[in-house]
Design a protein around this ligand. Structure first.
Ligand SMILES: [Zn+2]
Length: 137
């Protein structure tokens, strides 16, 4: 189960509380036994391992989200460059499947063209549907 940043922060506070408890004991001249010191250090080590895990998971999630954001930005930029004509999206005079784009933001360039009756035939490699155009945009 992933530990989120809030849990990591809570664990950090717990670790700091342990350090402060040991400092307080030293300041008050309390003699800690070897077992007590070992227990404090074991607990501290466990907390720090959990904090490290939380930070690694947060870093991984952060990288993933940055990647998704970059993809979304690239798609938005690509979409902004589309022109429309004959029911298709066009980019650099090549058509893109409107179904692929409108349903899942997939910029699928149509294959072709093949000359045929009534214009150029373009094939969506995903849907296997031909689109016929009279001109390019
Ligand atoms: Zn398609």
């Amino acid at each position: 189960m992933p530990i989120d940043i809030a849990a990591g922060l809570a664990l950090s506070k717990n670790a700091l509380d342990i350090v402060m408890a040991v400092r307080k004991a030293i300041r008050e001249k309390k003699k800690l036994t070897d077992d007590e010191m070992r227990d404090y250090l074991d607990t501290l080590q466990d907390k720090l391992v959990d904090v490290k895990t939380a930070l690694m998971e947060a870093d991984e999630e952060n990288r993933s989200l940055k990647g998704q954001l970059a993809d979304a930005k690239r798609m938005a930029d690509f979409c902004a460059a589309f022109t429309k004509g004959e029911g298709l999206y066009w980019h650099d005079s090549f058509p893109y499947c409107p179904t692929c784009w409108d349903t899942r933001r997939g910029p699928v360039r149509l294959g072709g063209p093949v000359d045929g009756d009534g214009g150029e035939y373009w094939l969506c490699p995903v849907h296997k549907v031909y689109h016929v155009t009279q001109q390019r945009y």
